[in-house]
Write a protein that binds this ligand. Structure first.
Ligand SMILES: Nc1ncnc2c1ncn2[C@@H]1O[C@H](COP(=O)(O)OP(=O)(O)OP(=O)(O)O)[C@@H](O)[C@H]1O
Ligand SMILES: [Mg+2]
Length: 336
């Protein structure tokens, strides 16, 4: 089996929030005791509603945020115990692709400038001439041809899909091992999304990358996992509720929340889905992070919740190869 590349252990991130009418400081727990592992060359798709803590978890794994408690390991080393040199090397190896390519490029710099600067800075290119050839190769690699058509353009003169390809070129330019794709296709036209996912997966094969692929869209997750394989992790209000082999989690979810996500995103091929009818949420409101229900966080909306769920926080249960944070995970497995 391949080596563990990125690992989090009992990771917690709290943010201080301001009170409108005085009073003491309050904290919200955006990431609550999350442990995940990602092996070299593997994928982990992170799914959940808006505000469930996906981006915060992604940023923690990149060392862009410091955890409140818990650890992030990169190749077995705690990133916050690394020497300056080790941390710099880690940051080169761990890159991000954002949702909005227009806000992730400097609007007054050309594409050549944006792509060549990191190459020169990290001494991957020794001079501008070498950088030019490397940038041209990168542009070709992400499907932008001829490269000379794009080198001197400004971000505003490119389409969203083209610019997202440039963002991918920039992310791979320093030859990283780990990439967080944070809603990388969510803002694109539906017609362009699959092409970008295909590109990410082709690059994975070529360079042996590992992806943390973040999305709120189960249809996108389904495509990504179907083509690229890997695990799915489902988050709800900062907690991981289900984690397992992607195809299996999507085909037969055990946690009621995952079931609702999957059933709400129907697919045309009935053979791929094992529908049990859509369970109705008890409440459509997502509780606020400042007002989380006691017991299971999902209990206020879960169609199956009973008094235990409302009182007791569920521990992770291992059902088959899967981790499920639900008191009744075993029953959901057998469909009782
Ligand atoms: N820097 C910050 N300061 C205070 N609160 C923050 C900060 N960053 C995130 N949060 C809060 O943490 C929670 C989780 O946010 P996060 O952006 O990680 O969610 P998400 O799952 O990525 O959502 P989305 O799908 O909308 O991108 C939210 O309630 C958010 O408002
Ligand atoms: Mg986000």
């Amino acid at each position: 089996m391949s080596e563990v590349l990125v690992e989090t252990k009992n990771l917690v991130k709290e943010f201080k929030i301001r009170r409108r009418f005085g009073g003491g400081d309050r904290f919200i727990r955006a990431v609550d005791n999350v442990s995940i592992t990602l092996r070299e060359g593997e994928n982990l798709a992170l799914v959940g509603e808006s505000g469930s803590g996906k981006s915060t978890l992604g940023r923690l794994t990149l060392g862009l945020l410091r955890p409140t408690s818990g650890n992030v390991f990169y190749m077995g080393k705690d990133i916050w115990k690394m020497t300056k040199e080790e941390f710099r090397e880690f940051r080169r190896n761990a890159q991000i692709i954002h949702q909005d390519p227009y806000s992730s490029f400097n609007p007054v710099k050309t594409i050549f400038y944006s792509l060549s600067t990191p190459l020169l800075h990290h001494k991957i290119a020794r001079n501008k001439r070498e950088a030019y050839h490397m940038v041209a190769d990168l542009l070709r690699r992400v499907g932008l041809e001829p490269p000379s058509d794009f080198m001197n353009r400004y971000p505003s003169r490119m389409s969203g899909g083209q610019l997202q390809r440039i963002a991918i070129a920039r992310a791979i330019s320093l030859r990283p091992k780990y990439i967080v794709a944070d809603e990388a296709v969510s803002m694109l036209d539906a017609s362009l999304r699959l092409g970008i996912i295909d590109l990410l997966l082709d690059l994975q094969k070529e360079y042996g990358l590992s992806y943390l692929f973040i999305t709120h869209d189960l249809g996108i997750t389904r495509y990504f996992i179907h083509k690229g394989g890997g695990k799915v992790a489902v988050m709800y209000l900062g907690s991981l509720v289900e984690l397992g082999k992607g195809e299996e989690v999507i085909r037969n979810p055990y946690h009621p929340y995952t079931r609702i996500l999957v059933e709400a995103s129907p697919i045309p091929d009935p053979k791929m889905a094992k529908s049990r009818g859509i369970p109705k949420l008890r409440s459509l409101d997502i509780p606020s992070l400042t007002n989380i229900p006691p017991g299971c966080k999902f209990s206020s909306r879960c169609p199956y919740a009973d008094t235990i769920c409302e009182k007791k926080v569920p521990e992770y249960r291992k059902v088959d190869d899967r981790l499920v944070a639900c008191h009744y995970a075993e029953q959901f497995k057998t469909g009782e």
